[in-house]
Design a protein around this ligand. Structure first.
Ligand code: HEC
Length: 151
């Protein structure tokens, strides 16, 4: 390749990196890191409004159930993007994801089970039960993040 061809390519790459305001772009085929980060953002988008409703003491059973179902629809999003060779910038995952896959799987399953329990609680329409299930679910996020996500 001649220097004339390389130079514009270099400029293009620099522009791409700067476009993200210093954030590193996921440029790998299939963009697994980007996809799982987007999938986690979709989880938090469905998770957070339920917490807001409960904290504001405005529990509405008929509105809460579809909110819990929205989370259920997003809960499987990130996991298939944690492939073997996907520990690279801009990931915020810790190396433990790949070093301790059994524990990661265990934490994931606890999260899945907690979303099932949230649905059962939401169907009961009992505020106390819903609050407990929501808190248990929140604990599963925190438990996994503690070991597997950089802060
Ligand atoms: C089994 C482990 C696990 C569970 C359970 C889990 N997360 Fe995460 N989460 C991660 C990992 C690992 C990352 C970092 C992904 C990356 O950057 O590659 C992450 C990233 C995130 C991010 C940042 C996305 C971004 O880059 O902007 C948010 C927000 C998030 N999780 C929310 C949640 C919420 C809310 C829950 C619970 C309802 C939850 N997570 C449950 C492991 C988990």
């Amino acid at each position: 390749m001649s220097i004339r061809l390389k130079y514009p390519l270099f400029l293009l790459l620099t522009a791409t990196i700067l476009a993200g305001c210093g954030e590193v772009e996921d440029t790998r085929p299939g963009q697994p890191v980007k996809h799982r980060q987007v999938a986690f953002k979709e989880i938090v988008k469905t998770f957070e409004p339920m917490g807001v409703m409960l904290r504001k003491e405005r529990y509405d059973a008929d509105k809460f159930l579809p909110m819990a179902e929205a989370l259920l629809a997003k809960r499987d999003g990130p996991w298939s993007y944690f492939g073997a060779d996907t520990n690279y910038p801009p990931t915020k995952a810790t190396p433990d994801v790949w070093k301790q896959p059994e524990q990661f799987e265990k934490d994931k399953n606890a999260f899945i089970a907690a979303t099932d329990a949230l649905i059962v609680a939401a169907q009961s329409k009992e505020k106390a039960q819903v609050e407990k299930a929501y808190e248990t679910l929140h604990e599963t996020c925190k438990t996994c993040h503690k070991q597997f996500k950089e802060r």
